[in-house]
Every structure is written in C-alpha cells, then in structure tokens.
Design a protein around this ligand. Structure first.
Ligand SMILES: Nc1ncnc2c1ncn2[C@@H]1O[C@H](COP(=O)(O)OP(=O)(O)O)[C@@H](O)[C@H]1O
Ligand SMILES: N[C@@H](CCC(=O)OP(=O)(O)O)C(=O)O
Length: 383
C-alpha cells in the first residue's frame, strides 16, 4: 500500500502513546482525549478500528499519589501496581471520549505469551472479530499485572504490531508526541523530518533514539522496529502527532502528514504473519546448506533429506525454527511431523518416510505454505 491509497485502508490499528493522553505535569489531558475520540469515531465510520492505548501507569501513579524522583525509575512491582490502578481510569477516559459519538469500548489485555500460543492467538482474534462486528471499539493494553520480563511484549508500539497481525490490519498509525520521525533525535539541532520511508534500513534504525519523557517506554526505536516487522509482513505503518487536530483524517486522505513506512511485500496470510511476529519456535531443525538455499532462494518446502538434526520437543503443528548448524534461525514454520518422528526420518528421501515410520502424513517436514523466512537483519547477522 502506498500513501496515496490510504483512503482504502480496510482495517486500522491506532496506537496512542502516554504523552498524547497526559499533560506535561503527568495529569490526564481530557481535552486531547476528547478530540481524539471524535477523530477515531470518524475514522471508524469507514472501516473497523482497534485502539492500542498506553498511559495506565501514568494514570495509576496519579491516582495513587506516587511521585517519580527524576532519574530514578520505578521498580517493576510499582509499575504493575500503577498499571492496575490506572487501567480502569484509562478505560473510563476512552469511554467518555467515544460515547458522544455512539461508540462503545471493550477492554482487551494481552501479553506476548498469549499471542505466542496459536490457540490463544486465535481466541483473541475471534473476540476482536466479534467486537468489531458488534460495532465496538476494542481498547488494548499490555496485561502489565502478569507481564514479567519473560512473557511481556514490553512496549505498546510492538504490541500494536502484534495486534495488527492478530486482526489482519493493513495500517498501523502511531500517535505520539512528535509530528514525524526525524533523521536524528528532534531535540538535537538540525534534525529533519522524514516524510516517506520506502525501506527500513540499518541507517534508518540508527536515526531512531529512545523515549522522549520518563513516562514513556521505548521511544522512536521501538516504533521503527515494529514498523519494520510490519513492513515485512505487508502492513503499512504511519507516525503522526497525537496533538495535531485533523492529522488522522489527513493521513487517511493520502495527504503528506507524519512519516509513512511503506510495506515491503504484499500482505502475508495471517498464519504466516503469526509465525513471523508472535510465535516462538518450540524446537530447532538443523538443516544442510542445500536445504537452506532451497528455502531461501527457491521458495521450496523443507524435505526430510535436508534435515541433519533436531533439538527440542515439538508436536505436529507446533512452530519450529530452522537453522544451519549452530547459526541463528533463518526460517520458522509449522512442523509437519513431531520431533521424535523427524529424528527418525532425518536424511531420508520422502519416498522412504513410510518405511521408516510405518505411515506417512506428508512428503515435507515443513510445507512452504507454513513457512516464513525470518528478517533480513537476522540473515545479515549470519553472513
Ligand atoms: N529520530 C527520532 N525522530 C523522532 N523522535 C525521536 C527520534 N529519536 C528519538 N525520538 C524521541 O521519541 C519520542 C517518541 O517516543 P515515546 O517517548 O516513546 O512516545 P510515546 O509515549 O508516544 O510512545 C519523541 O518525543 C522523541 O523525543
Ligand atoms: N502498558 C503501559 C504503556 C507502555 C508503553 O509502551 O508506553 P508508551 O511508550 O507511552 O506507548 C501503560 O499503559 O502505561
């Protein structure tokens, strides 16, 4: 999708950062939230919209009367307590901003762990679909109460990317406290806004710095990383000021506002999108160089003859990583056989599977339709 085609956006995810919903002293910016409510409701008349909203921690801190000492970050438990105290206020804020425009809201709290499980990912997808059919606007946040290091997404820019995969959005708009991405941190002199970014190269990534305020998480780099992941699965990302009246409508009319990251490929199927961004490999298939070339360069399936060894325990249908020797995984796919079965057929021709196992499901260990190549960045790191 190009910028000029944005009026045709079929499904939209809008992410709102903490800075957009709070005043400089950390209070709730009711006026900006009300304006955004009107603009989101307008956008939602033309296509389904899912909102990913930050600011639970900031709202909770206010509610609990906690004051942040400059330069001293809060510990995890305090942030989790603030998120729990702030989340109902965040939902009330959106409810009050959207109700005047006839839109109801629903709260969806997720972690990375939820979306890495195919079953829970599909459950979440079903809930989103039904909410959207009912004309309700889902408001998503990370489930901070349970999101300790190992299972959390960590920032809502990445969460918005995962949600986009889950609902098959073709555009993610991130509303933030700058009007565009700049070629360096905009607080530095001489910074210039980037209007259109056709490819997220390492150079573009180097231009993106950390968060603007202590209240925010991630900064520009998490936005660019999320945009890169989305581009590789065929979804566009735009960055806009969360304070400029009319910016969202202007973007959706194809006007040159904010920064637009063009998708690199046609939109992937949801299954492939899930494999690429949400799934975690339950094991590793170590393959030879010939198999790697067949997968990377010729778009082939993985046959048992190319498999040299198997690590981990996985069952048929589980996500598995594919790597050469001790290299980083270069592909991920759904296993056509369980780990013990692959151990028994590794190195064999497809015609020999039945003799080795006594039965055969498929010729392939991982079928092409169930396989994605991992990011270029990871491929580069291996070279
Ligand atoms: N190259 C860049 N272009 C624009 N902003 C940048 C850049 N590098 C770092 N930033 C910082 O990223 C901030 C936006 O991210 P963040 O503070 O996480 O906001 P949000 O809460 O909206 O997610 C900007 O305010 C800016 O200070
Ligand atoms: N889940 C957290 C937000 C985390 C986050 O990514 O914040 P932000 O950088 O403001 O988008 C909260 O609701 O406060």
């Amino acid at each position: 999708m190009q910028r000029s085609q944005l009026s045709k956006t079929k499904r939209l995810v809008v992410k709102v950062g903490t800075g957009t919903l709070t005043t400089p002293d950390g209070g709730f910016d009711r006026q900006n939230c009300a304006r955004l409510g009107a603009e989101l409701a307008h956008a939602a008349r033309a296509r389904p919209v899912v909102l990913v909203s930050s600011a639970a921690i900031a709202f909770g801190a206010r509610e609990l009367g906690l004051v942040r000492t400059k330069g001293k970050p809060w510990d995890m438990a305090t942030k989790q307590a603030c998120a729990a105290a702030g989340q109902p206020h965040l939902m009330r804020a959106w409810r009050e901003a959207l109700a005047p425009h006839g839109l109801q809201v629903a709260q969806v709290l997720l972690t990375a762990d939820d979306l890495a499980s195919r079953k829970r990912f599909l459950n979440a997808r079903r809930t989103f679909s039904r909410l959207l059919e009912l004309g309700v606007l889902p408001v998503v946040n990370e489930n901070d109460t349970v999101a300790v290091e190992e299972i959390k997404v960590g920032d809502n820019d990445s969460l918005a990317g995962l949600v986009a995969t889950c609902v098959e959005a073709d555009l993610v708009v991130m509303l933030t406290d700058v009007d565009a991405m700049y070629d360096r941190d905009p607080r530095e002199p001489g910074a210039r806004a980037l209007r259109d970014v056709p490819r997220i190269t390492a150079e573009v990534e180097r231009m993106a710095g950390g968060a603007g305020t202590e209240r925010s998480t991630g900064g520009m780099i998490t936005k660019v990383k999320a945009a890169k992941r989305l581009a590789s699965q065929g979804t566009a990302t735009a960055l806009l000021s969360g304070r400029a009246p009319g910016a969202l409508a202007a973007l959706l009319a194809g006007e040159p506002v904010g920064t637009f990251f063009t998708p690199a490929v046609e939109q992937l199927s949801r299954r492939k999108g899930w494999l690429l961004s949400a799934a975690k490999g339950r094991g590793v298939l170590l393959v030879d160089d010939g198999a790697r070339r067949a997968l990377e360069q010729r778009g082939k399936s993985l046959l048992p003859s190319g498999v040299k060894a198997v690590a981990g325990h996985f069952r048929v249908g589980d996500p598995v990583d594919i790597a050469v020797r001790d290299g980083r995984p270069f592909a991920r796919g759904l296993a056509g056989y369980g780990a013990d079965e692959v151990r028994r057929i590794a190195g064999l021709k497809s015609g020999e599977i039945e003799r080795a196992l006594g039965y055969k499901y498929l010729d392939e260990v991982v079928h092409r339709n169930d396989l994605v190549l991992l990011e270029e960045e990871e491929a580069e790191a291996r070279r």
